[in-house]
Design a protein around this ligand. Sequence first.
Ligand code: EPZ
Length: 420
Amino acid sequence: MRFHIQGQKKLTGTIHVSGAKNAILPIIAATTLTNKTCIIDNVPRISDVDTMLEILRSVGGSVAWTGEHQLTISNKDLELQPLDTKLVKRLRASVLFLGPFLARFQSFSLPEPGGCIIGNRPLDSHLEGLRALGCIWERTPQSYEVSHSGLVGADVVLREASVTATENIVMAACAARGTTRIINAASEPHVQDLIAFLIKMGADISGGGTSTITVNGSNSLGGAQHTVIPDPIDAGTYIILGIASKSKITVTDIRLDHLDVVLETLRAMGAEFDRLERSIIIHQTGVLKSEKIETRIYPGIPTDLQPLFGVLATQAHGTSFIHETLFESRLGYLSELEKMGASVLISDAHRAYVTGPTPLNGRNIECRDLRAGASLVVAALIASGETSIENAQILDRGYEKIDEHLAQIGASIIREDSAN
Ligand code: EPZ
């Protein structure tokens, strides 16, 4: 599928932010920790959610959309089946079935997960942590064979504050006998939202949002009703779109406290916006100044917004330094921006310099991963002429109906399915 975008259209109006992709994905996995019904609201209609639900259904989970953004899930009939390799390979988040399945099954095989090609995404922090709880694992060329004879709480020290590793270990610890402490845990908003959901299910967890999480395991968890937090990356994407295109748009349904460092950095670059309780009202920004953009684990600038800061830097006066400290292959989008006229110097796998402002011209470019794709859409909206973005279906993995959202504020964007 490709998007055809006519640039430099006047954008105005309001964009509503969806529920957080990286919160709903672990929450779907967490529903397998109970046989009771769970009802989840503010679920984004994105293809990563569809894939996780397909995996759940493939092992007997019963899933229904009981509202446009509401899921009702019951796993009382869950039974172990070999997981579909094709489905598991579609996204990284399939790794999140590891922890809760260990809580439910004595042994199973997890095919190698897939996901955005943005760097070597090791699972060792997951597997070492689960080993501490009594899990035995063996890696085969295509899968991980895991088993245990009873999970027992333990101290787990993460060498990296890995988001999904923290989530997997928290979920397994909920079913372990005794207390688990996770040291150097991730504290991202979506980790906190998963923990809030688990506590509603009856889990005894403290320290969510800090670097030390303590879980007192219990025999069984109950059902729960939960509303997923707004997606900070969705919000950041549309806020940066408004600033880069010098538009007067409002981005609403936001948790502003999840974006403090992002908003402070944008303000330091000269962006002009008002902060309301759950909205950002963007004014036509005058001169943008270059900035040092260094991605960090939460609460720093999230790596998922690095490509959006990269395209913004092409419109800022001076040379911005982009330092992607987490992933080693997440600067590829800059060469696509270069095709459109950006002035880029990539110094190594983690660092690049972007000098602006430079006019961007419509080109045929290619989406390589989800957030890189978002930066190319922003570039296309501010470029002169038409831009075609190949492989744009990747955007549907994490942005709900992005073309419809953008058309509603005046963008000229046509979705051309590859079939025709
Ligand atoms: C999660 O991936 C997200 N995915 C990613 O979002 C996000 O980019 C990433 O966290 C980082 O925030 C989901 O939640 C489903 P990691 P995950 O294990 O868990 C290095 C998107 O677009 N690292 O936290 O696989 C680590 O070695 C996706 O929504 C450090 O260097 O990520 C790995 O290379 C893409 N130091 C990378 O970061 C640390 O302290 C990500 O690791 C922690 C991690």
